[in-house]
Design a protein around this ligand. Structure first.
Ligand code: BJW
Ligand code: ZN
Length: 268
């Protein structure tokens, strides 16, 4: 930690790449591992265009459930440590950029400003017919979804007819998210994310299993050009041995210690 803190005190451009683990202590289930199931399905297997085409009602029940869970959750000390660090370093003329795979908006709720939500948000929708993207915080998003979506219902199959799913101009609307096997939005990924990753001089990879691309390649890329990378995770990941630092444990505890004000921090 002392070695990491020496880099941290001097770094001008820091990139923080986060995943589901950063929200775990807020009570939001992760994708992989023991908590990563919804009914009998693995969460990531429902986050695909194929799953939606096959059974849109089931996929909507899944997202309705997650919207209802997330709206009751608050940022935890890990989110807050990141937001506080960004604001503090900003006053010193230094930049922290948070690139999150999470769609729960908890970094935003914690006050993080330099934020790229590269997999989208649960509270944005896109119309399958006219393509309109809109914010949508309604609960429930449509009357038919009310009371559905619990992880263990009496019947595990979707219960609502397709014609009662949320609609815009006639077409079904769906959550505006980066699903597996679809490209990320180029304006976010190419124009914002890539340049920020490449100008960083210190990278933190927090609460991600590091198996989903392109997010999984950011930290290895900067590490390959000599930038120190610190991983914060409960466990080791496929990337662990490639990085300079690994802080094992709940990031709600490890991040506040790592990102606290350093005695050598200089205000420019
Ligand atoms: C704690 C903790 C605590 C717990 N403290 N830690 C190159 C190679 C191979 C495949 C590909 C490739 N390039 C592209 C692909 C295909 C695909 C991909 O990566 N597949 C892999 C699964 C192999 N990628 C894509 O399709 C992407 N699109 C793309 O690249 O387009 C071009 C293209 C397409 C096809 C082929 C080639 C090129 C899009 C990716 C979109 C990901 N979508 C999802 C769903 C989003 C919507 C939703 O939320 O429903 O994003 S999948 C899911 O996984 C979600 C997550 O954001 C993402 C990552 O998960 P994350 O955050 O890492 O969570 P977990 O659960 O996996 O891990 C949690 C971690 O936290 C664990 O390590 C715990 O230990 C830890 N933890 N508590 C600290 N308290
Ligand atoms: Zn429409």
């Amino acid at each position: 930690m002392a070695d990491f803190r020496t880099f941290f005190a001097k770094a001008k451009h820091i990139v923080i790449i986060s995943g589901a683990g950063v929200s775990a202590e807020s009570g939001v289930p992760t994708f992989r591992g023991a908590g990563g199931y919804w009914r009998k399905w693995q969460a990531q297997d429902l986050a695909t265009p194929q799953a939606f085409a096959h059974n849109p009602s089931r996929v909507w029940e899944f997202y309705h459930y997650r919207r209802e869970v997330v709206r009751t959750k608050e940022p935890n000390p890990g989110h807050l440590a990141i937001a506080e660090c960004e604001a503090r370093l900003g006053r010193q003329g230094r930049r922290v950029m948070v690139i999150t795979q999470n769609i729960d908006e908890l970094h935003r709720k914690a006050g993080t400003k330099n934020l790229l939500e590269i997999h989208g948000s649960l509270f944005k929708t896109r119309c399958t017919s006219c393509g309109v993207v809109a914010e949508n915080y309604k609960s429930p998003i449509c009357p038919a979804l009310s009371g559905t979506g619990a992880p263990e219902p009496e019947t595990q199959e979707a219960r609502i007819p397709v014609e009662k799913l949320p609609r815009c101009c006639g077409g079904i609307i769906l959550s505006h998210l980066a699903w597996l096997s679809l490209p990320l939005q180029p304006q976010i990924y190419l124009n914002l994310c890539k340049p920020r990753v490449h100008c960083s001089v210190l990278a933190l990879q927090v609460g991600t299993s590091s198996v989903v691309y392109p997010a999984a390649m950011f930290a290895p890329q900067v590490s390959a050009r000599g930038v120190p990378v610190a991983e914060f995770n409960m466990e080791t990941t496929p990337a662990t041995n490639r990085f300079r630092f690994h802080f094992q444990g709940p990031c709600g505890s490890t991040l506040p210690e790592a990102l606290a004000r350093h005695e050598n921090e200089t205000v420019s």
